[in-house]
Design a protein around this ligand. Structure first.
Ligand SMILES: [Mn+2]
Length: 221
């Protein structure tokens, strides 16, 4: 779908409803859900959602001042990763999961722009459970309206290109009575040295030649 300065794909029926429901049940009970502490303006608070980080052994993920050690892929997560890599022709080595318990759980405005993700990350985001609003706003251009999507059970949203550089996204709270939503965001994170400040991507890095046919998605390092 069109997004100035960005690249968004929305596949509403990536998983059939039955398969999505099976996965929702499995992941709600089997993932190692944690409520992380965040430092905001010097104050420690608990995130208004539960999180879990899974990935390859070297896929440490630093964000908001903490480093997450990956838990090993579970069978359903490994199968999803494999399908996404094959269909998108793009590598993923980690998955940040978020669990929104009800409408009071949310995600504030942010971009996934950590250096370890590289300059133009491809983030594949699978939604399971309750439908929530997902909103994007341009970081600088006030002439562009906020873009709102409803992310339904079994849908896949892909953020690519310059989306993280130019846009922020959020999952606002809602007063509607909504149940649990799980969101799986597959990513590619660079090695820890990269997270510590070494350049990732860009002109200085060695890049594999892009494979033909999919010029727009590139987590290649
Ligand atoms: Mn995000």
């Amino acid at each position: 779908m069109p997004l100035p300065d960005g690249l968004l794909y929305h596949l509403p029926q990536f998983l059939a409803p039955d398969a999505a429901s099976v996965l929702l049940g499995q992941l709600t009970t089997s993932l190692d859900w944690q409520q992380h502490r965040l430092k905001l303006f010097g104050r420690e608070c608990l995130t208004p959602r539960l999180c879990a980080w899974y990935g390859d052994a070297d896929a440490r993920y630093g964000y908001s001042g903490q480093t997450l050690e990956p838990l090993p892929w579970t069978a359903p997560l490994a199968a999803l990763r494999q399908r996404l890599e094959a269909e998108l022709d793009c590598p993923f080595n980690g998955m940040l999961a978020n669990l929104y318990r009800d409408g009071a759980d949310s995600m504030g405005w942010h971009s996934d722009d950590e250096a370890s993700l590289g300059p133009r990350p491809v983030i594949a985001s699978l939604s399971l459970g309750a439908t929530r609003r997902f909103v994007l706003r341009h970081r600088r251009r006030r002439d562009l309206q906020t873009v709102a999507l409803t992310l339904e059970h079994g849908s896949l949203l892909i953020m690519a290109g310059d989306t993280q550089r130019h846009w922020q996204h959020a999952v606002p709270k809602t007063r509607a009575a909504v149940g649990v939503r799980i969101n799986l965001t597959f990513r590619y994170v660079g090695r820890l040295r990269a997270a510590a400040g070494a350049p990732v991507g860009g002109a200085s890095s060695t890049r594999e030649p892009a494979r033909p046919g999919r010029p727009t998605l590139s987590n290649d390092r």
